[in-house]
Design a protein around this ligand. Sequence first.
Ligand code: 13P
Length: 278
Amino acid sequence: MNYLQAARAGGYAVGAFIVDSLDAMEGVAAACGRAGLPAVMMAGMNTARFLGPERYVDLCRSVGRSCSVPVYAHLDHCTDPALLLQCARAGFDCVMFDGSQQSFEKNISACAVLAEECHHLGTLLEGELGVIAGQEEHVESALSQFTDPALAEEFVRRSGVDALAVSVGNAHGLYQGKPELQFGLLEELSARCPIPLVLHGGTGIPAQDIRRAVGLGVCKINVGTELRRAYLDAVRDYAAQEGGTAIGLSQAIRERITAASVGYLDNYRAEGCGHAAL
Ligand code: 13P
């Protein structure tokens, strides 16, 4: 059983956070350790290219050695198959191919080719069906297009992906007003898709909605905007103080990132689910 299947079986979700520095990773790892949940460190394409896939994996492994919970490296929203395979070869535990801007058939065929290669390397592949509103690096859409359950079932069967990102009223970036997650749709997707479901756009989803989504089979929840904001706020606030040091800045960033992540992780267990067995 892989770590996403274990989450689905255990009634919890793993916390997946966009992080691109050692301090941010340490901050997330501390929060996940406290929550007793696996930590998923996510790099977007820009970070994977900037640091290099090997360096990113090395950082995750290094953080994982001093963490009480498993730490996984994940590539988020990749539209470049060559980069995706480079990350899989470098040891990323899971990579996401974002074919949401392509036709259904092209999305399936691209995922099927990548899934075969990834599985050969021991890497999980996350796919996406439907369109999530908002912007995440290279992928942007003004409107969302909800994931169709019948198409999702076919997509999962034919593409060979290990996890599916769904569009159910979630959006990247800050929500305009209260997010309206479609729980009936999520329930149907869960019933039809035997693989773990992923909820993107975690920033700003109310706690009770997150708990309900986890109860309906969501096994990984992505958070980016909130952590970017926490990082930059920590740098700004620390720089405004007198007599700072480089280590003091690192500590301030870690603490702020931990505080921001803990708030999410508190809701990643379905009602009635005890401490996750890792
Ligand atoms: P937010 O930035 O809205 O938290 O979403 C992040 C995300 O889903 C990355 O895949």
